[in-house]
Design a protein around this ligand. Sequence first.
Ligand code: PLP
Length: 399
Amino acid sequence: MNTQNNLQKPFLYFDNAATTPLCPEVLEAMMPYLTSQYGNPSAVYRFARAARKGIEEAREQVAAAISAQPGEIFFTASGTEANNWALRGVSDAWRHKGGHIITTAIEHHAIDHVCKGLAKQGVEVTYLPVDKEGFVSPEDLKASIRPDTILISIMWANNEIGTIQPIADLSAVAREKGILFHTDAVQAVGHIPVSVQDLPVDMLTMSAHKFGGPKGVGALYIRKGTKIDSFLYGGAQEKKRRAGTENVAGIIGMGAAIALAVGQQEAEHKRITKMRDTLIKRIEYAIPKVDLNGPRGENRLPGNINFSFDYIEGESLLLLLDMHGCCASSGSACSSASLEPSHVLMALGVPHEKAHGSIRFSLGKESTYEDIESLMEILPKHVRQLRAMSPLTEDDEIL
Ligand code: PLP
């Protein structure tokens, strides 16, 4: 990693689950479409054909990455939009059948808040509980299905605690009962193997900026034949299912980024998992009274580390780390401005005080062992410093 400490680049970047740096190869692929190739992809003249061709190649790259057909990929302006589309589009298309959706207590707000909005419109939502490591049980899912259930939406991997769900088993339950299955795979795609070929997944959400692509572009995979309403109305883009002039450069960047990420996935998965486990061990060895949130081992995202530090406020620790140019996150990036403890940690049964003292360190392509060394030079020191100031600290021996 670049260790220059200036305003452009952080010294220590441990927030890859919030977003990843744009890969230089991706920027290169995007550049012509930000400069000379400015034609509107819907236009009929030759000049615009490069943009159309670029979009269709990107669609093929995204489809190949998850073993889908290109015609099943629909570009959106974010993972958030793709999630909104899946939930609202199915809810609108199936209103005649019923209005019951099943999801989980640990979804990203881009699912959770949409469900709350739908509930105000009369849709009933069941939030499945999770165990203390964040896993949803297929038996609980089976038991929650009703005759009027129209959709099951369960995330592939959790953004805060890294839990990878048993998606094969969960989607099999949905298929057996003939219910549509959507998964928010924003944290999974590009990091762990994701294929819709062998799994009965009907819709799947992706977001480019989580795997080295640009921000503001995502995609929804919709299995051929799935009944779902269009999301945005207007022009005929995306087969009239998502109107609006395409973010050409963004889409081309998403295609380039996903191809690159999937190509490097196996090696990166190994490298980053090893680094993750090293950092977990180092923190547990150097700092007393810490709890790892989420599972250990292969059912945890390779780059995810989430610890609760007793007797401290996560936000205070983040500010101290920031003084060293170190970027990490407390709770999910989107809710870090809120004083509420993370709904994900609450769902695991983590007590309030521990949830408030939790920090996520997320590793990525540019992370190195030197980063871990540098973090371990500052982290234990600042945890001790905050504990020394805290009226909650009960035990002098940990200072
Ligand atoms: N879903 C999950 C699991 C996420 O982690 C995020 C982003 O943090 C999103 C959805 C939203 O994606 P986007 O930032 O593209 O709107």
